[in-house]
Design a protein around this ligand. Structure first.
Ligand code: SF4
Length: 399
Protein backbone atom coordinates (compact mmCIF):
# COMPACT_ATOMS: atom_id res chain seq x y z
CA UNK A 1 0.00 0.00 0.00
CA UNK A 2 1.14 3.52 -0.61
CA UNK A 3 2.18 5.84 2.15
CA UNK A 4 -0.88 7.99 1.51
CA UNK A 5 -3.20 5.17 2.52
CA UNK A 6 -5.51 6.17 5.30
CA UNK A 7 -8.01 4.00 7.00
CA UNK A 8 -10.80 6.47 7.40
CA UNK A 9 -13.47 3.88 6.70
CA UNK A 10 -11.93 0.82 8.31
CA UNK A 11 -12.30 0.06 11.99
CA UNK A 12 -9.16 -1.29 13.60
CA UNK A 13 -9.05 -2.79 17.08
CA UNK A 14 -7.16 0.07 18.69
CA UNK A 15 -7.08 -1.74 22.02
CA UNK A 16 -4.79 -4.39 20.57
CA UNK A 17 -1.78 -2.15 21.13
CA UNK A 18 0.84 -4.35 19.44
CA UNK A 19 -1.29 -4.60 16.31
CA UNK A 20 -0.76 -0.90 15.65
CA UNK A 21 2.96 -1.62 15.25
CA UNK A 22 2.20 -4.41 12.82
CA UNK A 23 -0.02 -2.07 10.86
CA UNK A 24 2.82 0.44 10.70
CA UNK A 25 5.13 -2.29 9.41
CA UNK A 26 2.58 -3.16 6.75
CA UNK A 27 2.32 0.41 5.63
CA UNK A 28 6.07 0.82 5.39
CA UNK A 29 6.76 -2.25 3.25
CA UNK A 30 7.06 -0.24 0.08
CA UNK A 31 9.45 2.33 1.51
CA UNK A 32 11.42 -0.47 3.19
CA UNK A 33 12.16 -2.18 -0.13
CA UNK A 34 12.97 1.17 -1.69
CA UNK A 35 15.63 1.76 0.94
CA UNK A 36 16.87 -1.83 1.18
CA UNK A 37 19.55 -1.49 -1.48
CA UNK A 38 19.54 -5.30 -1.96
CA UNK A 39 17.86 -7.47 -4.56
CA UNK A 40 14.08 -7.37 -4.35
CA UNK A 41 11.98 -10.17 -5.82
CA UNK A 42 8.28 -9.70 -6.54
CA UNK A 43 6.48 -12.90 -5.67
CA UNK A 44 2.97 -14.32 -5.99
CA UNK A 45 1.27 -14.39 -2.61
CA UNK A 46 1.59 -18.13 -1.93
CA UNK A 47 5.17 -18.60 -3.12
CA UNK A 48 7.12 -19.61 0.05
CA UNK A 49 9.21 -16.56 1.02
CA UNK A 50 12.05 -18.65 2.55
CA UNK A 51 13.20 -19.54 -0.98
CA UNK A 52 13.86 -15.88 -1.75
CA UNK A 53 15.47 -15.13 1.61
CA UNK A 54 17.77 -18.13 1.07
CA UNK A 55 18.91 -16.48 -2.17
CA UNK A 56 20.06 -13.47 -0.16
CA UNK A 57 17.21 -11.39 -1.62
CA UNK A 58 14.10 -9.73 -0.20
CA UNK A 59 10.64 -11.02 -1.14
CA UNK A 60 7.79 -8.60 -1.88
CA UNK A 61 4.19 -9.87 -1.94
CA UNK A 62 3.24 -7.65 -4.84
CA UNK A 63 -0.51 -8.32 -4.86
CA UNK A 64 -0.80 -7.58 -1.15
CA UNK A 65 1.21 -4.37 -1.05
CA UNK A 66 0.29 -2.96 -4.43
CA UNK A 67 -3.16 -4.48 -4.89
CA UNK A 68 -4.97 -3.82 -1.63
CA UNK A 69 -7.34 -0.89 -1.81
CA UNK A 70 -6.95 1.98 0.52
CA UNK A 71 -10.55 2.40 1.56
CA UNK A 72 -10.67 6.17 1.49
CA UNK A 73 -12.88 8.54 -0.42
CA UNK A 74 -9.88 9.22 -2.67
CA UNK A 75 -9.46 5.56 -3.34
CA UNK A 76 -9.85 5.37 -7.10
CA UNK A 77 -9.16 1.86 -8.38
CA UNK A 78 -6.53 2.46 -10.99
CA UNK A 79 -6.44 -0.21 -13.63
CA UNK A 80 -5.57 1.87 -16.70
CA UNK A 81 -1.83 1.16 -16.80
CA UNK A 82 -2.42 -2.59 -16.68
CA UNK A 83 -5.00 -2.54 -19.45
CA UNK A 84 -2.86 -0.29 -21.64
CA UNK A 85 0.04 -2.69 -21.14
CA UNK A 86 -2.10 -5.55 -22.44
CA UNK A 87 -3.72 -7.15 -19.38
CA UNK A 88 -7.29 -8.13 -20.11
CA UNK A 89 -9.85 -5.92 -18.38
CA UNK A 90 -11.55 -9.18 -17.30
CA UNK A 91 -8.60 -10.16 -15.09
CA UNK A 92 -9.06 -10.27 -11.34
CA UNK A 93 -8.97 -6.90 -9.64
CA UNK A 94 -5.94 -7.82 -7.51
CA UNK A 95 -3.82 -8.31 -10.62
CA UNK A 96 -5.25 -5.27 -12.39
CA UNK A 97 -4.59 -2.92 -9.48
CA UNK A 98 -1.18 -4.32 -8.50
CA UNK A 99 0.03 -4.25 -12.12
CA UNK A 100 -1.23 -0.71 -12.65
CA UNK A 101 0.37 0.55 -9.46
CA UNK A 102 3.66 -1.14 -10.28
CA UNK A 103 3.80 0.02 -13.90
CA UNK A 104 2.81 3.56 -12.95
CA UNK A 105 6.03 3.87 -10.95
CA UNK A 106 8.18 3.07 -14.00
CA UNK A 107 11.88 3.04 -13.15
CA UNK A 108 11.21 4.13 -9.60
CA UNK A 109 10.18 0.67 -8.55
CA UNK A 110 13.08 -1.17 -6.89
CA UNK A 111 12.00 -4.65 -8.08
CA UNK A 112 14.85 -6.69 -9.57
CA UNK A 113 13.03 -9.84 -10.57
CA UNK A 114 9.63 -11.55 -10.72
CA UNK A 115 9.14 -15.11 -9.59
CA UNK A 116 6.02 -16.98 -10.50
CA UNK A 117 4.78 -20.39 -9.56
CA UNK A 118 2.91 -21.94 -12.39
CA UNK A 119 0.11 -24.32 -11.58
CA UNK A 120 -2.34 -22.37 -9.48
CA UNK A 121 -2.83 -18.79 -10.59
CA UNK A 122 -2.58 -18.56 -14.36
CA UNK A 123 -3.56 -14.86 -14.33
CA UNK A 124 -0.72 -13.90 -12.00
CA UNK A 125 1.73 -15.83 -14.19
CA UNK A 126 0.54 -13.81 -17.22
CA UNK A 127 0.66 -10.59 -15.22
CA UNK A 128 4.21 -11.24 -14.05
CA UNK A 129 5.28 -11.87 -17.67
CA UNK A 130 3.69 -8.64 -18.77
CA UNK A 131 5.39 -6.60 -16.03
CA UNK A 132 8.71 -8.29 -16.70
CA UNK A 133 8.45 -7.37 -20.40
CA UNK A 134 7.37 -3.79 -19.73
CA UNK A 135 9.91 -3.12 -17.03
CA UNK A 136 12.78 -5.06 -18.64
CA UNK A 137 13.25 -7.14 -15.51
CA UNK A 138 13.86 -10.91 -15.56
CA UNK A 139 11.20 -13.41 -14.64
CA UNK A 140 11.68 -16.89 -13.24
CA UNK A 141 8.93 -19.44 -13.24
CA UNK A 142 8.88 -22.51 -11.04
CA UNK A 143 6.58 -25.33 -12.07
CA UNK A 144 4.61 -27.21 -9.44
CA UNK A 145 2.47 -30.11 -10.59
CA UNK A 146 -1.17 -30.18 -9.58
CA UNK A 147 -1.67 -32.46 -6.58
CA UNK A 148 -2.51 -36.06 -7.35
CA UNK A 149 -2.00 -38.53 -4.49
CA UNK A 150 -1.10 -41.32 -6.95
CA UNK A 151 1.94 -39.47 -8.27
CA UNK A 152 3.46 -38.30 -4.99
CA UNK A 153 6.93 -39.81 -5.45
CA UNK A 154 7.42 -38.45 -8.95
CA UNK A 155 5.93 -35.06 -8.06
CA UNK A 156 8.17 -34.57 -5.01
CA UNK A 157 11.28 -35.45 -6.96
CA UNK A 158 10.16 -33.03 -9.73
CA UNK A 159 9.63 -30.17 -7.23
CA UNK A 160 13.01 -30.94 -5.67
CA UNK A 161 14.63 -30.59 -9.11
CA UNK A 162 12.75 -27.32 -9.66
CA UNK A 163 14.05 -25.98 -6.35
CA UNK A 164 17.62 -27.03 -7.18
CA UNK A 165 17.45 -25.38 -10.57
CA UNK A 166 15.94 -22.18 -9.10
CA UNK A 167 18.71 -21.92 -6.49
CA UNK A 168 21.36 -22.47 -9.17
CA UNK A 169 19.98 -20.18 -11.86
CA UNK A 170 18.68 -17.29 -9.77
CA UNK A 171 21.65 -17.64 -7.42
CA UNK A 172 24.03 -17.24 -10.38
CA UNK A 173 22.18 -14.12 -11.50
CA UNK A 174 22.31 -12.64 -7.99
CA UNK A 175 25.90 -13.77 -7.40
CA UNK A 176 24.73 -15.87 -4.47
CA UNK A 177 25.79 -19.46 -3.88
CA UNK A 178 23.09 -21.80 -2.58
CA UNK A 179 23.86 -23.34 0.78
CA UNK A 180 21.72 -25.88 2.59
CA UNK A 181 22.71 -24.29 5.87
CA UNK A 182 21.26 -20.90 4.80
CA UNK A 183 18.04 -22.50 3.61
CA UNK A 184 17.73 -24.39 6.88
CA UNK A 185 18.18 -21.15 8.83
CA UNK A 186 15.56 -19.38 6.72
CA UNK A 187 13.13 -22.25 7.19
CA UNK A 188 13.71 -22.11 10.92
CA UNK A 189 13.03 -18.36 10.98
CA UNK A 190 9.92 -18.83 8.86
CA UNK A 191 8.68 -21.63 11.10
CA UNK A 192 8.79 -19.35 14.12
CA UNK A 193 6.34 -17.07 12.31
CA UNK A 194 4.28 -20.06 11.19
CA UNK A 195 3.94 -21.26 14.78
CA UNK A 196 2.80 -17.81 15.94
CA UNK A 197 0.20 -17.68 13.17
CA UNK A 198 -1.00 -21.15 14.14
CA UNK A 199 -1.29 -19.97 17.77
CA UNK A 200 -3.39 -16.99 16.65
CA UNK A 201 -5.60 -19.29 14.60
CA UNK A 202 -5.91 -21.55 17.64
CA UNK A 203 -7.03 -18.59 19.78
CA UNK A 204 -10.07 -18.17 17.54
CA UNK A 205 -11.43 -21.55 18.72
CA UNK A 206 -12.41 -19.91 22.02
CA UNK A 207 -16.05 -19.05 22.68
CA UNK A 208 -15.04 -15.43 23.23
CA UNK A 209 -13.34 -14.71 19.89
CA UNK A 210 -10.34 -12.55 20.89
CA UNK A 211 -9.43 -11.06 17.48
CA UNK A 212 -11.51 -9.34 14.86
CA UNK A 213 -11.52 -10.61 11.27
CA UNK A 214 -9.54 -7.63 10.02
CA UNK A 215 -6.69 -8.08 12.52
CA UNK A 216 -6.66 -11.82 11.93
CA UNK A 217 -6.56 -11.42 8.15
CA UNK A 218 -3.78 -8.86 8.29
CA UNK A 219 -1.65 -10.90 10.68
CA UNK A 220 -1.87 -13.99 8.53
CA UNK A 221 -1.28 -11.97 5.34
CA UNK A 222 2.21 -11.25 6.75
CA UNK A 223 3.05 -14.86 5.82
CA UNK A 224 3.35 -13.67 2.20
CA UNK A 225 6.78 -12.08 2.65
CA UNK A 226 7.28 -11.64 6.42
CA UNK A 227 7.09 -7.91 5.71
CA UNK A 228 10.75 -7.96 4.63
CA UNK A 229 11.97 -8.30 8.22
CA UNK A 230 11.28 -11.76 9.66
CA UNK A 231 12.92 -11.03 13.00
CA UNK A 232 11.08 -7.77 13.63
CA UNK A 233 7.86 -9.45 12.53
CA UNK A 234 8.43 -12.36 14.93
CA UNK A 235 8.83 -9.89 17.80
CA UNK A 236 5.59 -8.06 16.94
CA UNK A 237 3.60 -11.24 16.33
CA UNK A 238 4.81 -12.59 19.68
CA UNK A 239 3.43 -9.49 21.38
CA UNK A 240 0.15 -9.79 19.50
CA UNK A 241 -0.08 -13.47 20.44
CA UNK A 242 0.54 -12.61 24.10
CA UNK A 243 -2.09 -9.86 24.12
CA UNK A 244 -4.59 -12.12 22.41
CA UNK A 245 -3.87 -15.00 24.84
CA UNK A 246 -4.47 -12.64 27.74
CA UNK A 247 -7.91 -11.91 26.33
CA UNK A 248 -8.68 -15.61 26.09
CA UNK A 249 -7.54 -16.16 29.70
CA UNK A 250 -9.90 -13.39 30.77
CA UNK A 251 -12.68 -14.71 28.48
CA UNK A 252 -12.81 -11.37 26.68
CA UNK A 253 -13.93 -11.08 23.09
CA UNK A 254 -12.42 -8.45 20.80
CA UNK A 255 -14.29 -5.12 20.76
CA UNK A 256 -17.07 -5.09 18.18
CA UNK A 257 -17.81 -8.82 18.44
CA UNK A 258 -21.28 -9.40 19.83
CA UNK A 259 -22.10 -11.89 22.58
CA UNK A 260 -22.61 -15.28 21.04
CA UNK A 261 -21.78 -14.31 17.46
CA UNK A 262 -22.27 -16.59 14.46
CA UNK A 263 -18.85 -18.19 14.01
CA UNK A 264 -17.79 -17.95 10.36
CA UNK A 265 -14.95 -19.64 8.52
CA UNK A 266 -13.85 -17.84 5.37
CA UNK A 267 -12.61 -19.87 2.38
CA UNK A 268 -11.25 -18.45 -0.84
CA UNK A 269 -9.73 -15.41 -2.40
CA UNK A 270 -9.04 -12.39 -0.25
CA UNK A 271 -11.40 -9.45 -0.54
CA UNK A 272 -9.44 -6.50 -1.87
CA UNK A 273 -11.32 -4.02 0.27
CA UNK A 274 -10.59 -4.33 3.98
CA UNK A 275 -14.02 -3.02 4.98
CA UNK A 276 -15.35 -6.51 4.23
CA UNK A 277 -13.99 -7.79 7.56
CA UNK A 278 -15.78 -5.04 9.50
CA UNK A 279 -19.04 -5.96 7.75
CA UNK A 280 -18.82 -9.48 9.20
CA UNK A 281 -18.82 -8.18 12.77
CA UNK A 282 -21.37 -5.44 12.07
CA UNK A 283 -23.66 -8.22 10.87
CA UNK A 284 -23.36 -10.21 14.12
CA UNK A 285 -20.71 -12.65 12.90
CA UNK A 286 -17.13 -13.38 13.95
CA UNK A 287 -14.35 -14.77 11.76
CA UNK A 288 -12.92 -17.92 13.37
CA UNK A 289 -10.61 -18.95 10.54
CA UNK A 290 -9.64 -18.11 7.01
CA UNK A 291 -7.74 -20.16 4.44
CA UNK A 292 -6.51 -17.32 2.20
CA UNK A 293 -2.87 -17.55 3.35
CA UNK A 294 -3.25 -20.86 5.19
CA UNK A 295 -1.20 -22.78 2.54
CA UNK A 296 1.86 -20.85 3.76
CA UNK A 297 1.45 -21.83 7.41
CA UNK A 298 -0.75 -24.93 7.41
CA UNK A 299 2.15 -26.67 9.19
CA UNK A 300 5.83 -25.92 9.86
CA UNK A 301 8.27 -26.89 7.09
CA UNK A 302 10.40 -29.88 8.24
CA UNK A 303 13.78 -28.57 9.43
CA UNK A 304 15.67 -31.85 9.51
CA UNK A 305 16.41 -34.76 7.21
CA UNK A 306 16.96 -34.26 3.51
CA UNK A 307 16.05 -30.58 3.45
CA UNK A 308 15.17 -30.06 -0.22
CA UNK A 309 13.19 -33.30 -0.37
CA UNK A 310 11.25 -32.46 2.78
CA UNK A 311 10.62 -28.91 1.55
CA UNK A 312 9.43 -30.29 -1.81
CA UNK A 313 7.04 -32.62 0.06
CA UNK A 314 5.68 -29.68 2.09
CA UNK A 315 5.14 -27.60 -1.08
CA UNK A 316 3.39 -30.58 -2.71
CA UNK A 317 0.84 -30.63 0.10
CA UNK A 318 0.10 -26.87 0.11
CA UNK A 319 -3.71 -26.92 -0.14
CA UNK A 320 -3.91 -24.43 -3.03
CA UNK A 321 -2.00 -26.81 -5.35
CA UNK A 322 -4.84 -29.28 -5.08
CA UNK A 323 -7.75 -29.72 -7.47
CA UNK A 324 -10.94 -28.29 -5.95
CA UNK A 325 -12.35 -31.49 -4.45
CA UNK A 326 -9.03 -32.49 -2.86
CA UNK A 327 -8.55 -28.94 -1.64
CA UNK A 328 -12.02 -28.88 -0.05
CA UNK A 329 -11.33 -32.23 1.63
CA UNK A 330 -7.90 -31.17 2.84
CA UNK A 331 -9.41 -28.05 4.42
CA UNK A 332 -12.03 -29.94 6.40
CA UNK A 333 -9.81 -30.80 9.42
CA UNK A 334 -8.67 -27.15 9.64
CA UNK A 335 -12.23 -25.89 9.41
CA UNK A 336 -13.55 -28.42 11.97
CA UNK A 337 -10.90 -27.46 14.48
CA UNK A 338 -12.15 -23.83 14.43
CA UNK A 339 -15.71 -24.91 15.31
CA UNK A 340 -17.55 -22.63 12.85
CA UNK A 341 -21.34 -22.36 12.63
CA UNK A 342 -21.18 -21.56 8.92
CA UNK A 343 -18.82 -21.01 6.00
CA UNK A 344 -18.47 -18.14 3.55
CA UNK A 345 -16.78 -18.88 0.22
CA UNK A 346 -15.29 -15.79 -1.41
CA UNK A 347 -14.83 -15.54 -5.16
CA UNK A 348 -13.25 -12.73 -7.09
CA UNK A 349 -14.59 -11.87 -10.54
CA UNK A 350 -12.00 -12.80 -13.13
CA UNK A 351 -10.44 -15.53 -10.95
CA UNK A 352 -10.87 -19.08 -12.16
CA UNK A 353 -9.36 -20.71 -9.09
CA UNK A 354 -12.54 -21.28 -7.14
CA UNK A 355 -15.46 -19.87 -9.08
CA UNK A 356 -15.46 -22.67 -11.66
CA UNK A 357 -15.81 -25.22 -8.87
CA UNK A 358 -17.76 -23.19 -6.33
CA UNK A 359 -20.66 -25.69 -6.36
CA UNK A 360 -18.59 -28.79 -5.74
CA UNK A 361 -16.74 -27.10 -2.88
CA UNK A 362 -19.99 -25.91 -1.34
CA UNK A 363 -21.55 -29.35 -1.56
CA UNK A 364 -18.46 -31.03 -0.09
CA UNK A 365 -18.50 -28.69 2.92
CA UNK A 366 -22.24 -29.12 3.44
CA UNK A 367 -22.01 -32.91 3.26
CA UNK A 368 -18.90 -33.28 5.40
CA UNK A 369 -19.60 -30.57 7.98
CA UNK A 370 -23.39 -30.28 7.95
CA UNK A 371 -23.34 -26.49 8.37
CA UNK A 372 -24.68 -23.68 6.15
CA UNK A 373 -22.42 -22.44 3.35
CA UNK A 374 -22.86 -19.37 1.21
CA UNK A 375 -20.75 -17.85 -1.52
CA UNK A 376 -20.14 -14.25 -2.32
CA UNK A 377 -18.47 -12.59 -5.24
CA UNK A 378 -16.22 -9.55 -5.14
CA UNK A 379 -16.73 -7.44 -8.22
CA UNK A 380 -14.12 -5.36 -9.93
CA UNK A 381 -15.81 -2.03 -9.42
CA UNK A 382 -18.63 -2.54 -6.96
CA UNK A 383 -18.59 -1.15 -3.48
CA UNK A 384 -17.92 -3.98 -1.01
CA UNK A 385 -20.59 -2.59 1.31
CA UNK A 386 -23.18 -3.78 -1.24
CA UNK A 387 -22.51 -7.27 0.13
CA UNK A 388 -23.75 -6.27 3.58
CA UNK A 389 -27.42 -7.27 3.10
CA UNK A 390 -26.37 -10.73 1.88
CA UNK A 391 -24.02 -11.27 4.83
CA UNK A 392 -26.57 -9.93 7.34
CA UNK A 393 -29.29 -12.23 5.97
CA UNK A 394 -26.92 -15.22 6.06
CA UNK A 395 -25.83 -14.51 9.65
CA UNK A 396 -29.47 -14.06 10.69
CA UNK A 397 -30.34 -17.41 9.11
CA UNK A 398 -27.52 -19.12 11.03
CA UNK A 399 -28.57 -17.82 14.46
S1 SF4 B 1 -7.89 -13.73 -7.00
FE1 SF4 B 1 -7.52 -15.53 -8.31
S2 SF4 B 1 -6.68 -14.73 -10.23
FE2 SF4 B 1 -6.51 -13.13 -8.66
S3 SF4 B 1 -4.47 -13.38 -7.80
FE3 SF4 B 1 -5.85 -14.54 -6.49
S4 SF4 B 1 -5.82 -16.63 -7.36
FE4 SF4 B 1 -4.94 -15.27 -8.92
Amino acid sequence: MTKSAQLTEVLLDRRLASFNRLWQMFMESESRIQKSGGKVVAKWRLFPPEIIYALGATPYDLLLHEGMTKTTARDARTTAYAIEAGLSADSCIWNLTATSNTLSKGNLTPLNMFVATAGQCDISSKTWQLMSRNMHKPIYSMEIPIYDAASEKRAISFIKEELTSLFERVGRRFGHKYSERTLREEIKRGNEIRKLLLDLTGSLTHDHVPMTGLEYFLTHATAGDYLQEPEALTAILTEIRNEVMKRTEQSKAAPGITNDPVRLYYVGMAPQDLRFWNIIEDSGGAIVGCDTYLPLFYSPIPENGSLLKEFAGWIWKMPHHMPSLDRAKSLIPYIKQQKPDAIIIGNVIGCRNLSSSDRIIKETFREELGIPVTSIEFGSSEDVTLLEPHIKAFVEMCK
